[in-house]
Design a protein around this ligand. Sequence first.
Ligand SMILES: [Zn+2]
Ligand SMILES: [Zn+2]
Length: 235
Amino acid sequence: MKDLSVVWTETVDILEVRFGLAAVQEIIGDLQTITFRKGFFYAAPSVNVFGNWIIPSLPEGAPYRSLQWYIDQSYDRARRSVIGSKLLELIVNEPWQKSNAHYDLFLLGQSLVPTAEYPSGQQVLALSMPGRATVISAVPLRQIQDDRLRLFTIRRVVGHQLGHLIGVPSPSRPETFLEPSGERHCPNVCVMRDSPELEKLVQMALEELRAHVMLCPACRQDLLDMMMDAYFGRN
Ligand SMILES: [Zn+2]
Ligand SMILES: [Zn+2]
């Protein structure tokens, strides 16, 4: 299975980062523990936490010199938003994707819109290119007044997008739903449930927290199967 890179812009606050990383740690750390116990030491993905990186040895203004370069290239000043389709294109075409294909998880503290044509005044929480990259904006969640609720909801959203990125739930499970958007969701108490609006999303995050569930057992099994298939070169 490919490794995972995690990055965030300077506009994401440290607690938002911590709670986002907690979701990554819970989901990927679980895979690492299981595969280590079984003796498959390299089956689980590694997590590379690059944060708000910069390569000082590259000349100023050079392409791919820093994470900020990606934002500068995809930011629409009039809309005060990152254009998600532009950012995803930069991410999947970056030189390090070519030298070492990996999953990218990108946390933004800026507003996010899918395309430059998106209705003005609206924004989205996340955009994914499954198998490649996911971009998550913390901005819509900043409407949640209670800090703890907001942070646990960020953790939930990062878990959800990580699931989409890797391809959970599996299409082989008949009880899962395929949305018109092409996203597949899980019906169980699980971060892979669909959450169409903010209030419902917060409710689900709380319910999952109380049940101590990120991925439900079925989604967790899907993830394990996928990882072992990749390890043994199946499919
Ligand atoms: Zn979804
Ligand atoms: Zn599930």
